[in-house]
Write a protein that binds this ligand. Structure first.
Ligand SMILES: Cc1cc2nc3c(=O)[nH]c(=O)nc-3n(C[C@H](O)[C@H](O)[C@H](O)COP(=O)(O)OP(=O)(O)OC[C@H]3O[C@@H](n4cnc5c(N)ncnc54)[C@H](O)[C@@H]3O)c2cc1C
Length: 567
């Protein structure tokens, strides 16, 4: 039976990734069983949680009559808004614990509703958490706000999901903040246009969430973050609306866009934005190139990134990452390289890239590269040319999040962390992160670390390495003990990437979980103070997502988050 909800979307798996009626195939599930056997987890997979197993206190404030029809306190709505989708979130759902459920989940139908909600929050002393798709992996939507708030309202923008206007000549569109990736793409398609921003969470994350977190998408070079596509933003703050002017570029002082982009719900709610669009690509060329080892492969990628070729995909998988994704033998690194264009054939670009890769020991199958170029005009993400290692890897990439629904109940810690570093420091950084985080994994699990790396994005001055690790949780099915082990590894990862000179996040955002040993140390103290000052102007009562990015000292808030408050 469908749970009671005010959401209009298909029912979600409230304790994991994806829709309630979607899951892995039996063959995919047997891969999880294989990994569990390899890691030595002995416990039988935990049964799926049920909504009635959660003990939720009654909302601490009453919904006002004006807003009652759009505010929900059903268990499904509160639990689906009580966490994001980090490993810690999934484990706590398995443990059937939610220490900080939102008192209410609001589903505004208009900007007027959003303004009324902000007024209600100010009047009743409630904190407000903007909620897009809830795919945050860093505690960005968790109502662990600390302080003396009288309640927490999670504001889900899913009804604001329309493409409102298309400007064909400037190739831009005005899109509402609550639109999921597939929702906005299906509305742009009849115009022959695309935003072409494809994070791995594309299906379940929203435009407003992408802008608020500076999400990283499909393009490995050039247009890496959503920032590059934002023409103007409209945000409703507790002090009123703030909207930047539509411009292709501007040198008029500090950019208002830049203040709203990446604000992670701490300044207001992004209700709409004008976004730069692209024509749909017609020409594609792809190649899978192997290298005898990571150092040669990294040098090859550096050469590509500095050649001005701007491949759309330039994903380098280290030997373990390629093996774990079923596209390598465990000894060779693999580069998945692709070019695409709506305008011109790509032979020359691919030929030059392959020359550079050959200089560094790269090997590829020339026939399959030729076939990829012959297939110009294949479907949106499909087409014959997508078969082979590049296509296999891509399918695996999109399926990967669904595995988490099986890994966590099986007692396996599986998580990722991502960063960026300049080329001059990459070699020492890669070795240092593997040593330090690998050491933490060894310490908690007693086993040799399974810690792999790929480059998600590359710049002329450095790559964005993305690490994945697996280890045994506890072997006993004790979810709280598993959470403790994860916490040790996560803090080691925050500390390693930051102290070795990288960023605590290249695109996953800061939230609550990337502050300790990470963002708090990375950002200059004066900048933090200046940002806090701006925030005080826009949000004088400190209502907006307290604990994310900054403390909320004026209310005496204790900074929340699973890393600071073991539960
Ligand atoms: C399996 C998986 C894969 C992922 N892959 C990627 C990836 O490839 N690239 C990437 O960048 N990230 C990725 N992420 C992280 C996550 O999807 C991104 O951070 C995404 O941008 C969040 O969008 P959302 O709509 O789900 O936002 P939410 O999770 O709902 O919110 C994230 C933050 O933004 C704020 N926020 C949300 N909407 C608004 C709004 N309209 N106005 C103001 N603030 C708002 C929230 O308060 C919160 O602080 C992945 C996550 C998962 C679980």
């Amino acid at each position: 039976m469908k749970p009671a909800t005010l959401a209009h979307r298909r029912e979600l798996c409230f304790w994991g990734w994806g829709y309630a009626d979607a899951g892995l195939t039996p063959a995919e599930q047997s891969q999880v069983a294989g990994l569990a056997a390899q890691l030595g987890t002995g416990a039988a997979p935990a049964p799926a949680p049920r909504l009635e197993e959660f003990d939720l206190p009654a909302p601490r404030v009453a919904a006002p009559a004006r807003l009652a029809a759009i505010m929900s306190a059903t268990p499904y709505d509160r639990i689906t808004h009580g966490y994001g989708k980090s490993f810690a979130d999934l484990v706590r759902l398995q443990a059937r614990t939610m220490a900080h459920p939102p008192d209410w989940v609001a589903f505004p139908r208009s900007e007027d509703d959003v303004e009324a909600l902000l007024e209600f929050a100010a009047g009743s002393g409630a904190a407000v958490i903007p909620f897009g798709g809830g795919t945050s992996v860093c505690g960005g939507v968790e109502p662990d706000v600390g302080g003396d708030y009288r309640a927490v309202i999670s504001v889900d923008l899913q009804y604001l999901n329309q493409v409102l206007e298309v400007d064909r000549s400037s190739r831009a569109a005005l899109i509402e903040g609550g639109a999921l990736g597939p929702e906005l793409e299906s509305q742009l398609k009849p115009h022959g246009l695309t935003l072409r921003h494809f994070p791995q969470s594309f299906e379940f994350s929203t435009l407003g969430g992408w802008i608020a977190t500076r999400a990283g998408g499909h393009f490995a070079t050039h247009y890496t973050h959503i920032d590059d596509f934002v023409e103007s933003v409209r945000m409703l703050t507790p002090r009123g609306a703030m909207e930047s002017r539509r411009l292709p570029g501007s040198g008029a002082g500090p950019s208002p866009d830049r203040m709203m982009i990446g604000s992670e719900g701490t300044l207001g709610l992004i209700t709409r934005a004008w976004m730069r669009l692209q024509d749909r690509p017609r020409f594609r060329a792809s190649a899978s190139v192997t290298f005898p080892g990571m150092p040669q492969a990294a040098e090859a990628v550096r050469a590509i990134s500095q050649a001005g070729l701007f491949p759309s995909n330039c994903r380098l998988l280290d030997p373990l990452e390629a093996f774990m994704n079923g596209v390598g033998d465990g000894n060779t690194a693999l580069l998945v390289l692709a070019f695409e264009s709506a305008d011109h054939p790509l032979q020359a670009w691919m030929a030059r890239a392959l020359e550079l890769l050959a200089d560094h020991g790269g090997r590829w199958d020339a026939d399959s590269v030729q076939r990829s170029m012959a297939a110009a005009g294949g479907g949106e993400e499909g087409g014959e040319h997508r078969k082979g290692a590049a296509g296999d890897w891509r399918n695996q990439f999109l399926r990967a999040p669904y595995y988490r629904n099986y890994l966590t109940p099986a007692g396996i810690i599986a998580d990722t962390f991502e960063t960026a570093i300049t080329w001059d420091r990459f070699e020492a950084f890669y070795a240092g992160v593997r040593e330090r985080v690998g050491g933490a994994i060894r310490e908690v699990s007693g086993a040799e670390p399974l810690l792999s790396c790929r480059f998600t994005h590359v710049y002329p001055d450095g790559p964005a390495p993305y690490f994945t690790f697996y280890c045994m949780g506890t072997g006993s099915g004790d979810m709280n003990a598993m959470l403790d082990r994860w916490r040790t590894i996560k803090l080691a990862a925050n500390e390693a990437v930051t102290s070795l000179g990288g960023t605590v996040t290249h695109h996953h955002a800061v939230g609550r979980d990337h502050r300790p040993h990470g963002y708090d140390e990375q950002v200059p103290p004066l900048f933090r103070e200046a940002f806090a000052g701006a925030r005080r102007v826009l949000d004088p009562n400190g209502l907006m997502n307290p604990g994310v990015l900054l403390d909320t000292p004026e209310r005496g808030a204790v900074v929340g988050g699973v890393l600071r408050h073991p539960q």
